[in-house]
Design a protein around this ligand. Structure first.
Ligand code: G3P
Length: 219
C-alpha cells in the first residue's frame, strides 16, 4: 500500500520523506490555507517546493468548478512538475474534466467521493486515483471502510486501473483497515503515520535490552 501524506506543511512532508516510507502527497484548498499559502503565484511555488521534497505524486486541487475553467487551471497545475496530479471534485463537469485529462495522459485524483456510484463514475472517466473520504463518513455515523470495501469489489470485478486513495484518514486504525481491505493508497496526517510506530512492549523491551547491556558492560 502506498503512503501519501495529507498536508501542505513542508516540515511534515520533509519529516515523512526522511522516514523513507513516503510515496506521495495530497493537498486541498483547506490545507493550503492552513499553511497561510494564498495567491496564485505563491500557491504554484508551494506545489513546486513540495515536488522538490518528494519523489512521488503530488495532488494539486483545482478551485474552478466549470469544465472550461478546470481544464485551464488543471493544465497550468500539470505544468508545474511531472509529479503533479490534478485533483478534481466529484461533480458533473469534474467527470468531464477527468475524461479530458485521462485522454491526454495527465494524472487525476477525483476528490470528495462519498459513494460507490461516484467511484464507479470516476473510474469510467479514467481517473488515476479516486479519493473516498473515510473520516468524514465516520463523522456522520456511516462506516467509511464499507465504502472502501465496496469500491475494491467493484474495481476488481471489472479490472478498473483507477487506484483507491483512501482519504480523510485520521488515525492508525484507519490505515490498518485500509491495508486489510486492499486500498491501493492511503493519505493521512503525519500523526497517523507516526502513530503506527508505537507499542508499549517495544518501549519496555528496548529499555530492558539497553539496561541489561549496560549492566553486563559496566566496569
Ligand atoms: O484531502 C482530503 C481529505 O483527506 C481531508 O481530510 O480530515 O479534512 O476530512 P479531513
Amino acid at each position: 500500500m502506498k503512503f501519501f501524506i495529507d498536508t501542505a506543511s513542508l516540515k511534515d512532508i520533509q519529516e515523512a520523506q526522511d522516514l523513507g516510507i513516503l510515496d506521495g502527497v495530497t493537498t486541498n484548498p483547506s490545507l493550503m490555507a492552513k499553511e497561510g499559502i494564498s495567491g496564485k503565484n505563491n500557491i504554484m511555488r508551494h506545489y513546486k517546493a513540495i515536488c522538490d521534497i518528494v519523489d512521488g505524486d503530488v495532488s494539486a486541487e483545482v478551485i474552478a468548478t466549470t469544465f472550461e475553467e478546470m481544464i485551464a487551471e488543471g493544465e497550468e497545475l500539470a505544468e508545474i512538475d511531472e509529479q503533479i496530479v490534478v485533483k478534481i471534485p466529484m461533480i458533473k463537469d469534474g467527470i468531464k474534466a477527468i475524461k479530458y485529462f485521462s485522454e491526454r495522459g495527465i494524472k487525476t485524483n477525483c476528490t470528495l467521493v462519498f459513494s460507490a456510484g461516484q467511484a464507479l463514475l470516476a473510474a469510467k472517466a479514467g481517473a488515476t486515483y479516486v479519493s473516498p473520504f473515510v473520516g468524514r463518513l465516520d463523522d456522520i455515523s456511516s462506516d467509511g471502510m464499507i465504502l472502501i470495501e465496496d469500491i475494491r469489489t467493484i474495481y476488481d470485478n471489472y479490472g478498473f486501473e483507477t487506484q483507491i486513495l483512501a482519504a480523510s484518514v485520521r488515525h492508525p486504525l484507519h490505515i490498518l483497515q485500509c491495508a486489510k481491505i486492499g486500498s491501493d493508497v492511503m493519505t493521512g496526517p503525519l500523526s497517523a503515520i507516526m502513530a503506527l510506530l508505537n507499542h508499549p512492549l517495544t518501549d519496555s523491551g528496548l529499555a530492558k535490552f539497553l539496561a541489561d547491556h549496560a549492566k553486563a558492560n559496566a566496569k
